[in-house]
Design a protein around this ligand. Structure first.
Ligand SMILES: Cc1cc2nc3c(=O)[nH]c(=O)nc-3n(C[C@H](O)[C@H](O)[C@H](O)COP(=O)(O)OP(=O)(O)OC[C@H]3O[C@@H](n4cnc5c(N)ncnc54)[C@H](O)[C@@H]3O)c2cc1C
Length: 522
């Protein structure tokens, strides 16, 4: 087993979802030496399966989580500022049907609170739309019994995978060592102190030791499994719940928050890229997070509710689905939807008598920067350092320089919509090599340059990495199946793969998207 250049880094972060990537970036920006390891690809876990909202969450007001909503609203403002190419304001309608007076009053107070908790926001305030105004804004809404709707603003991060990648890029630009497809297999221990982890590099097929003064476990829903060797008790830290989304043809003009008739839960119907996102569900989950997939019941539930709200919209077609596992701080005796979305940090010295390891539990994408700040503050204090957090003001890499305000159909604008100002790096790749300008498929604007950029500059190793988490071509209805051969050819040339490996890669991609396409109805 080889050691990582014989060095000891200040911080090893295990898990390359939004939390791990955010922590690695914050720590690297503060000048710490950092290693980040991810067992699969960056953003391949829960982070790529959310509703993609950057929001306080109206629902959490009902749970009286005012501090959480306030802090998430503050983070929403920060993300709109430091990642304006990835995080956008999004107006919502919350339609009311034959509401009781009590419900109307409750919602009015909720709306006032939502505004009051974000007084310093740049987004417009709430407004009540009467029935005619509501139907003019969204003609496909069911008019039967409609009183009107609240319009309020939140934000959306359509390409959340890119938010993770940009955090990783910035961490690496500040000298962090970042490894995907590299699984932490065991902790390196000296008595009651952890000093890093042994890591298996699944691509190279090699093992290495990453020695670290401190280790942060940011493995999301895998945490109970990955921390088990250090725990005194098998009592889980997490409550896992599954949530799914449907991706359908564009069905509504606006984003909506709706009440499900079947069980009174809130769910979203949101315009997303050139499609519509419907979600989500919330049911206890006890399997391996890697195996999570939508069930027929989940799909039927969301389809029925969406059809009920928009009787003539095209919800019969489902391009694909995705399912994710929420890692919530364990609470017993409450229903799935009532478990708080607050995060927690566990110092295993206090809990389990093992020094040198912190675990991050729970927390929304919306809060990732603040959580990373809190974790990194703890880390720097423990290391006796005093560098301050800068992530609330330092823009992400794609937000440095000129940023597009909206998306055009021309190729450079598409590049900008995915890579922000880093589009220029992609566009200028390899100067005059004409072949790099070739389109990858007839349907979508995309060129071979993006594949080269993903592999050379953003650690993409598999077709799934390139299609689903770098170029984002795999998020279209076709999921990149049209261009998979062209992308595989490019990757094989870049990675020196033979024909057999190329075929295996294509097969692996089909297997990766199979759970998403299991309920496709075209
Ligand atoms: C249905 C649903 C909807 C949601 N909607 C929203 C929303 O709209 N807005 C919002 O703010 N939040 C939302 N969330 C919450 C949000 O998605 C999660 O809180 C967040 O993505 C968690 O990020 P993470 O980095 O902790 O976990 P993950 O993204 O799961 O990352 C953990 C990583 O650890 C890696 N790992 C595991 N074991 C090892 C190991 N041994 N070695 C190396 N790496 C390892 C995994 O491969 C994984 O990539 C939603 C969640 C769900 C499920």
């Amino acid at each position: 087993m080889r050691s990582l250049s014989g060095q000891t880094v200040d911080l090893l972060v295990i898990g390359g979802g939004i939390m791990g990537a955010g922590i690695a970036r914050d720590a690297a920006l503060r000048g710490l030496s950092v290693a980040l390891v991810e067992q699969d690809d960056f953003a391949s876990g829960t982070t790529s399966r959310p509703t993609r909202l950057i929001h306080g969450g109206l629902r959490y007001l009902e749970l009286f989580d005012f501090a959480l909503v306030r802090s998430d609203m503050r983070e929403r403002e920060i993300l709109l500022r430091v990642a304006p190419h990835l995080v956008f304001a999004l107006p919502f309608l919350l339609p009311l049907y034959r509401p009781s007076l009590w419900y109307q009053a409750k919602l009015r107070i909720g709306m006032q609170l939502y505004d009051a908790l974000s007084l310093d926001k740049s987004l417009p305030r709430r407004r009540w739309l009467d029935r005619d105004e509501t139907l003019a804004a969204e003609p496909s809404l069911d008019p039967d019994g409609l009183l009107g709707a609240w319009r309020f603003y939140d934000a959306q991060v359509p390409l959340v995978e890119r938010l993770v990648i940009e955090n990783v890029v910035d961490a690496a630009d500040h000298d962090a060592l970042v490894l995907n497809h590299a699984r932490a297999t065991t902790y390196l221990r000296a008595g009651d102190r952890v000093g890093g982890a042994a890591v298996h590099d699944r691509i190279a097929g090699t093992d290495l030791e990453v020695r670290a003064r401190l280790t942060v476990n940011a493995t999301g829903p895998w945490l109970d499994r990955t921390i088990a060797p250090l725990r005194k008790t098998p009592k889980p830290l997490l409550r896992l719940t599954q949530g799914i989304h449907l991706v359908t043809p564009r069905a509504t003009k606006q984003a909506h928050v709706l009440l499900a008739k079947r069980d009174g839960r809130l769910f979203f119907v949101v315009p997303w890229l050139d499609a519509t996102l419907v979600g989500t569900t919330d049911t206890d989950y006890d399997g391996d997070p890697a195996d999570v997939a939508a069930t027929e019941d989940d799909v039927r539930y969301l389809q029925e509710e969406a059809r009920r709200a928009f009787p003539n919209a095209p919800f019969d077609t489902v391009h694909y689905t995705w399912a994710g596992v929420r890692a919530l701080v364990r609470e017993e005796g409450v229903s799935e939807g009532e478990v708080s979305r607050k995060h927690a940090l566990f110092d295993h010295e206090r809990r389990d008598g093992v020094a040198g390891v912190l675990s991050v539990v729970g927390g929304k994408i919306t809060a990732y920067r603040a959580i990373a700040e809190e974790v990194t503050d703890r880390v720097t204090r423990a290391l006796g350092q005093h560098a301050r957090c800068t992530t609330a003001t330092v823009p992400l890499p794609g937000a440095r320089g000129e940023i597009p305000t909206h998306v055009h159909p021309d190729p450079v604008a598409r590049l900008r919509s995915v890579y922000g100002s880093r589009a220029l790096e992609v566009a200028r790749l390899e100067g005059n090599d004409e072949s790099l300008s070739e389109r990858l498929c007839a349907e979508h604007e995309s060129s071979a340059r993006e594949v080269v950029h993903a592999v050379r500059d953003e650690w993409a190793m598999t077709l799934g990495d390139v299609l689903l988490r770098r170029t984002m071509l795999g998020l279209h209805a076709c999921q990149g199946i049209e261009c998979v051969d062209a992308v595989a050819d490019r990757m094989a040339a870049l990675l020196g793969s033979d024909a057999q490996r190329r075929r295996a890669e294509i097969e692996a991609y089909r297997l990766e998207i199979e759970p998403m396409r299991r309920f496709s109805i075209e």
